[in-house]
Structures are given as structure tokens and as C-alpha cells.
Design a protein around this ligand. Structure first.
Ligand SMILES: *[C@@H]1O[C@H](CO)[C@@H](O)[C@H](O)[C@H]1NC(C)=O
Length: 407
């Protein structure tokens, strides 16, 4: 069981990038046009949120490139809080995870429930390829083209469309909370002026833009053996860690080279604070699928030390970007006026402290920081003490902004 989790977490933890132009997204109503074949009638609301008594509604949006994404809207159980005085918050999950990531523990421990309890209007994002998204208007998940995207598309199409939709429905600027890949795509999207103007503030858990100093031994070994190219050569476009092919690949990477007995640790770093007896339950939901191209993009960042668009090689780069190297996402373009809050961990093998410092150096603003020495990558969403360590300070930060702008 630990193996599943660790492989899921590994990939998910690595993330982020941007595109120059945001495509306009069409907004559809809340009736999905189609569902991915194995979704059936199961929804995130009905699985994890309704049973806890929180009002939850399902919405479907369509990206400009035709993907149908699920968004859930969750509010407080307490009717007195229905005025939503906290404002809209969009939760952006990490790699190999889905919107369920924010609801995996008790209502007292999971960020999604805690935000609703505090009167926030909670919106849950689910990117393309995850179990809760609803496929594509014309492509099937069995087709190679369905998986032809990387995190820059998640930033410029999926996240951009979610923000636009929530902004339209609520007529309000929104708070963004991202974890891991969710921070990569948030940072990339926030470099775009037409997106950032709809955002009130952003809170980033395990923030990633640069991945140069990643220390996770298993990830470094995957990069070293060019697992990304291997997978492409095998004709695999969808990365599904529930498949035997990938499980066998990981076993062979560990065999004789690495002690992968604690697979999660070799991928995410030593997590201090999540409840080990809940791992089987987590695996009922994680990992979700991602694309082989996305992993390749992340591995490019690790190899090259860049926070840039996908590298197609010199000739295709010239055709697509007009230059031999892919254009970088410029963190300096995130406006100084955007309030930022970040929390990072001393044992996070994916969001290394040196890389977090690099991100901070390039930002114009000085984010509010919460450093947790014992935290590994998964602790930021699964810690039993997350409320005290992280979520209460985050909510305090959001509230302080409301006060200063209204005074
Ligand atoms: C840890 O998980 C088990 C199984 O779900 C649960 O019974 C226990 O209460 C959890 N411990 C804490 C401190 O939340």
C-alpha cells in the first residue's frame, strides 16, 4: 500500500509552469455533456462530502481545448454561516491527486471542511485526466491525443477556466489554495495579468516553481534512468500508477539500487504527521492519472533547473516559440500587490528549501511564510495537526486581508 501512495505522491509533488496566452474558455452550465467511461454516477460530492452533511453541488466547465472538468462547491453545515462571509476559495490539488485530496481526513482535520466551517465558499478544482473530471468533448481517454498536455496547459487552460467561472458566478475575487503541482500551476497562472486580476490572494502549500534541488532518491533515480523517455518509448501516454506496467517499472528501479521499503519517504521525504492507519483509505482515492508528457515536463525542470514551458527540442521549439529554448515563466511578473502566503517543510524532498528560496528571490513581493521543520511533502494536506500548524494561520491571513481592504 505504501508503494502506491509513494508513487502517487512522488509525481504529484513535482510541479508547475505557464503559457503566454490564455485561451478564452467557454462556460457551460452545470450539466455535464459527457462523462468519462469509468466514472459512472460517482461524484466527489456524493463520495466524501455529502456523507459528512456539508451542502455540495457539482459543476462542469469546458476548457477552450475541449476538456470537461468537474468543480465542486461546498458550504458550511451551519445555516448562520451561509452568508459566506469568508468569500470564495479555490482548492488546487497536486500531481496524481484530485479534489478528494482536501477531504481525506475527518471534518476537524481536512482543509476543505475547515474552510467551509469558517464560512468560506469552497470550490474544489479537478484537472483533466483525474477521476472526477468528465473527459473531453470529442476525445476518449483511450486516445493518445487526450493525454497530449503538461502542467502549462493545466495552468493556462484548466486553472484559468476555473478562476473565470468562479469569478463569474460569485462576482467576487477569489482566494487560491494550492498544494505541490497545484502551486506550480497557480504560480504560472498568476504571471498572467488577465488571471491575476480575478484573484484576491494565494496560499501555497509546499510551493514549487524550480525543482533543481529535489532530493527524493527515487525521483532522482527515475530522472537518471530517463523513465520519462522510457515510458514514451513504450507507447504509454496515460500515467496510471494502478497499472501493472508502472508498478513493475518502479520495482525494477528500486531493485538492487535503492531501499524502497518506505516508498513514500523515498519520494516525498520523511512525513512527520499523517495517520499511518489511514493509508489504505487514502489509496482508495489516490493516485489519479496524469499524462506521460506532464512527467516529462517536470523531469525537464529537474534536469535543466528551469521554470519554463515544455521543451520540444530545438527545431520544434523554433517553430512553436520562435526560439531554440522554451520561454521561461517569469515569477517577477506576479504583481507585488497580490498577497501571498506560503508554507514549506524542512523534510520536503520535492519542494526543497533551496528551491523555495529561489522562488522567493524572484518574486517582487515578500510572502508571509510558515516554515515547518518536521513536515514532509504529504504532511501539508494529511497532517493530523494541520489545522493548528497551517490552516488556522492561513485563514487568519485571508481574514486579515478582508479587514485591511474594508477599513
Ligand atoms: C487515525 O486513523 C484511524 C483510522 O481511521 C482512526 O481511528 C484514528 O482516530 C485516527 N487518529 C487520529 C489522531 O485522528
Amino acid at each position: 500500500m505504501q508503494r502506491w501512495l509513494s508513487s502517487v505522491v512522488v509525481v504529484g509533488a513535482i510541479c508547475a509552469l505557464f503559457v503566454q496566452e490564455i485561451s478564452a474558455v467557454q462556460i457551460t452550465d452545470s450539466t455535464p455533456r459527457c462523462r468519462s467511461p469509468d466514472d459512472g454516477s460517482v461524484s466527489l460530492c456524493s463520495e466524501l462530502i455529502d456523507p459528512n452533511g456539508y451542502p455540495c453541488t457539482e459543476h462542469t466547465i469546458q476548457t477552450t481545448d475541449g476538456y470537461l472538468l468537474a468543480l465542486q462547491r461546498v458550504s458550511s453545515r451551519n445555516a448562520n454561516l451561509k452568508t459566506q462571509r469568508g468569500g470564495p476559495v479555490l482548492l488546487v490539488h497536486g500531481l496524481f491527486m484530485g479534489g478528494d485530496a482536501w477531504f481525506l481526513d475527518s471534518t476537524k482535520q481536512s482543509l476543505g471542511f475547515i474552510l467551509a466551517d469558517n464560512g468560506f465558499d469552497v470550490w474544489v478544482g479537478n484537472v483533466r485526466g483525474t477521476r472526477w473530471s468528465h473527459g473531453h468533448i470529442s476525445l476518449s481517454e483511450k486516445e493518445k491525443d487526450f493525454w497530449d498536455w503538461s502542467w502549462q496547459d493545466l495552468a493556462l487552460c484548466d486553472l484559468a477556466e476555473m478562476i473565470r467561472f468562479i469569478n463569474l458566478i460569485t462576482s467576487s475575487k477569489i482566494f487560491i489554495v494550492g498544494h505541490s503541482q497545484g502551486t506550480i500551476i497557480s504560480l504560472a497562472a498568476l504571471t498572467q495579468p488577465d488571471i491575476v486580476e480575478m484573484v484576491e490572494a494565494a496560499a501555497l502549500l509546499s510551493p514549487i516553481s524550480y525543482l533543481e534541488h529535489i532530493t527524493a532518491p527515487l525521483v532522482l533515480r527515475m530522472v537518471g534512468v530517463h523513465l520519462d523517455q522510457m515510458v514514451f518509448a513504450m507507447g504509454i501516454h496515460q500515467l496510471n500508477f494502478r497499472s501493472n506496467v508502472l508498478i513493475n517499472l518502479i520495482d525494477s528501479l528500486c531493485d538492487g539500487h535503492l531501499d524502497c521499503n518506505d516508498l513514500l519517504t523515498t519520494i516525498t521525504g520523511k512525513n512527520c504527521c499523517f495517520n499511518n492507519s489511514r493509508v489504505d483509505f487514502y489509496f482508495e482515492y489516490e493516485p489519479h492519472s496524469s499524462s506521460a508528457k506532464n512527467i516529462r515536463h517536470l523531469f525537464q525542470m529537474i534536469r535543466q533547473g528551469t521554470f519554463a514551458q515544455y521543451d520540444y527540442g530545438i527545431f520544434k521549439n523554433l517553430m512553436l516559440y520562435g526560439q531554440t529554448k522554451p520561454p521561461a515563466f517569469d515569477l517577477n511578473r506576479i504583481p507585488k500587490s497580490l498577497p501571498l502566503w506560503m508554507s514549506y517543510g524542512g523534510n520536503d524532498a520535492l519542494a526543497d528549501v533551496a528551491d523555495v528560496q529561489h522562488t522567493l528571490k524572484e518574486l517582487q513581493s515578500t510572502p508571509e511564510l510558515v516554515y515547518l521543520e518536521n513536515y514532509g511533502h504529504m504532511d501539508f494536506i494529511l497532517s493530523e495537526r494541520g489545522k493548528e500548524d497551517l490552516y488556522n494561520p492561513m485563514i487568519g491571513f485571508f481574514r486579515s486581508l478582508g479587514k485591511s481592504s474594508s477599513s
